[in-house]
Design a protein around this ligand. Structure first.
Ligand SMILES: NC(=O)c1ccc[n+]([C@@H]2O[C@H](COP(=O)([O-])OP(=O)(O)OC[C@H]3O[C@@H](n4cnc5c(N)ncnc54)[C@H](O)[C@@H]3O)[C@@H](O)[C@H]2O)c1
Length: 314
């Protein structure tokens, strides 16, 4: 019986994805190269489930049920026989993914969607050796997959839109916020926007307009405060498009339109200032703790997810 979500690769991303499937009431199989790694993945998924329940993102009942729905495996053929949806989350290497997709394509009936959690590769290339490439699609979960709601569902050149819509609708039942991306381009959707923000942020620092810390503060304490419920396009509608147009015409000529990375960033890399790992990047990390900042970031995501869920239900 095809009643399971098969997650191929039970590492950092796969374990979070498996946890979300199980919390949605789906049977979830976490598959890895061997039994031991798959079991480690299942344990990590259990930790994700516990973390969500402890922080009020799922009920104890949901967590208890999810724990019983998670299993692990190292037998691809047997797992494929039970899968109604497959999500691949193995290493980010196009040849390795192509080989896995060709195997999955040969083992699964054509109505079973095969998804990749790739962060940067094209699903069109990953599925190039598949006979039924129309059932392949990217499902790009954001790290940490058990906390961040966004999943980018990206169509390849040969993806059937009906399949992408079916996958998106399934993910909606997982407490996810999936978006449909209709072209297979670098950066998918969200990273295209994020890169534009990063480009301007670096340019502001490079030109001496403000410090790195002040750029981050301006974003974190300004626009980011409303982003969970109020995206930039909704903002334009709210202020009036004629005002939005006039601001664009004033500001766009003086902001960065660079098509290559800023020399300032290139120089930092050449000088060995790589950020946290070398102790110096835009910030001096010798006195700061990234672990503390990460814990704060995750706690904020939890509170934002709870707050938006509450507001959406009102
Ligand atoms: N880590 C991130 O921030 C992030 C965010 C979004 C997407 N992604 C993407 O998700 C995918 C997985 O990333 P990750 O960070 O979870 O990696 P990871 O190294 O933590 O996990 C990969 C897992 O896949 C297993 N694996 C490798 N080859 C396999 C095979 N042939 N069959 C079964 N299992 C196999 C490995 O043993 C490992 O457990 C990558 O494509 C990555 O680009 C990562």
């Amino acid at each position: 019986m095809r009643d399971s979500v098969l997650v191929v690769g039970s590492g950092m991303m796969g374990s979070g994805i498996g946890a979300m499937a199980a919390l949605a009431g789906r049977k979830a199989i976490l598959l890895d190269l061997d039994r031991e790694r798959a079991e480690q993945g299942r344990k990590k998924a259990m930790d994700c489930i516990r973390f969500r329940a402890d922080n009020g993102l799922n009920t104890e009942e949901e967590a208890f049920r999810a724990a019983g729905l998670l299993e692990c495996s190292d037998n691809l053929e047997e797992a494929c026989a039970r899968a109604f949806l497959v999500i691949e989350a193995i290493v980010e290497n196009v040849e390795v993914k192509q080989e896995m997709f060709a195997r999955l394509d040969g083992m699964l009936p054509r109505e079973v969607p095969i998804c990749s959690n790739t962060s940067g590769l094209r699903i069109t290339d990953i599925s190039s050796k598949c006979v039924c490439a129309e059932r392949t699609v990217t499902t790009h979960f954001w790290l940490p997959a058990h906390l961040v709601p966004l999943v980018e569902v990206v169509m390849g050149d040969r993806t059937d839109e009906a399949v992408a819509v079916r996958v998106r609708d399934e993910l909606k039942t997982w407490k996810k916020a999936p978006v449909l991306v209709k072209k297979d381009l670098p950066g998918q959707l969200a990273n295209r926007v994020f890169q534009a923000i990063i480009r301007e942020s670096i340019d502001i620092v490079a030109s001496g307009l403000a410090s790195a810390e002040d750029v981050d503060t301006a974003i974190s304490c300004g626009m980011a405060m409303r982003f969970p419920v109020w995206g930039p396009l909704k903002h334009l509608d709210a202020i009036g498009l004629e005002l939005g147009l006039s601001v664009q015409e004033t500001v766009l000529p003086s902001i960065s339109g660079d098509k290559t990375a800023n020399d300032y960033l290139k120089r930092m890399v050449t000088e060995g200032n790589l950020g946290v790992k070398t102790g110096q990047g835009f910030y001096d990390w010798k006195e700061r703790s990234i672990e503390k900042d990460m814990a704060k970031r995750d706690q904020f995501i939890i509170e934002a997810v709870k707050a938006t869920a509450k507001l959406d239900s009102e």
